[in-house]
Ligand binder design. Structure first.
Ligand SMILES: [Zn+2]
Length: 296
């Protein structure tokens, strides 16, 4: 979260004087209306999200230029030490992420053809004949499938949330459990699947419930390790809603463990990330028992 916080503070610095004045006026109105512990009204909250996005977009733009100048990815010392959400939801500091987001239909077609060539080569390498009838369209089918399975690189958090934030005086835990997850292990490019449980305690703002599985899907449709997937989703909810706390649990089976390697089929991998008040043992226990994972 460190990078995100720095980005937010630098975005505040970039606000114009006129904007600052309006902001002060709005703050006064808010104080009068809600009292000293009032949350930012949703309109303000959304404009804060917009401002932080603008700042992050600028930062991304300058980073892209630096990367292009270097002809490679970010040097290690420029990467975040905290991988929760680096540069907002663009967690992959690579040129290919940028070019995939920015590409037009011509570039997209070139990308598809390049992928088809690579799959054809893979088929040859495993001892197959890519020209036999059953495999003729396989490179194209696989390339298209892989693009769908990684479409999360082209989706941004603000588009998923899509203003579905609502003022609500609800301060108890909200849980969406048993969200089906299908993702791809970045170490073996083999799927892992499972269930995710997301809980948060609002701080005057709630999010449309269907948005939680959508956020989970956005991050799962990227190459992942389960640990990072869990943290990214918790971090994204924290960043979007600024709730009292968030917790995410994922239980999954990894085909890379089941079909190769140790070939253990009955194992479940559980990862957990708690932020804010969900870190407190009693609150965490409430969450785990409500989602039914507290087996002790
Ligand atoms: Zn793996």
């Amino acid at each position: 979260m460190a990078i995100v916080m720095r980005s937010l503070s630098s975005s505040t610095k970039s606000i114009s004087k006129r904007h600052r004045k309006n902001y002060k006026e709005r703050e006064k109105e808010k104080l009068a209306k809600y009292g000293p512990t009032a949350p930012a009204p949703i309109v303000n909250r959304l404009s804060t999200i917009k401002r932080s996005r603008r700042c992050i977009d600028n930062a991304n733009h300058s980073l892209r230029k630096q990367r292009i100048a270097r002809g490679g990815t970010l040097p290690l010392d420029r990467r975040s030490s905290d991988p929760i959400i680096e540069f907002q939801e663009l967690t992959r500091p690579g040129n290919s992420t940028d070019s995939r987001i920015d590409e037009g239909s011509e570039e997209a077609e070139k990308r598809l053809q390049k992928m088809c060539g690579a799959v054809r080569m893979l088929l040859e390498c495993v001892g197959e004949d890519p020209d036999r009838e059953g495999l003729l369209a396989t490179p194209s089918r696989y390339a298209k499938a892989l693009l769908v399975l990684t479409e999360g690189y082209q989706i941004e958090l603000k588009d998923v949330v899509n203003n579905a934030l609502f003022h609500e005086q609800h301060h108890e835990m909200v849980i969406v459990k048993d969200i089906e997850i299908y993702s791809i292990c970045e170490h073996h490019l083999i799927p892992f699947t499972g269930k995710m449980h997301i809980g948060y305690i609002p701080s005057n703002i709630v999010i449309g419930l269907s948005k939680l599985p959508r956020i989970a899907k956005m991050f799962s449709r990227r190459l992942q390790v389960q640990e990072r997937l869990t943290k990214e989703i918790a971090g994204a909810i924290m960043q979007t809603l600024n709730p009292q706390g968030v917790a995410v649990i994922m239980e999954s089976s990894h085909l890379c463990m089941m079909m190769r390697g140790v070939e253990k089929t009955g194992t479940t991998t559980i990862t957990y990330c708690a932020l804010g008040s969900l870190k407190k043992p009693e609150v965490r226990n409430e969450f785990t028992s409500l989602v039914g994972i507290n087996r002790t």
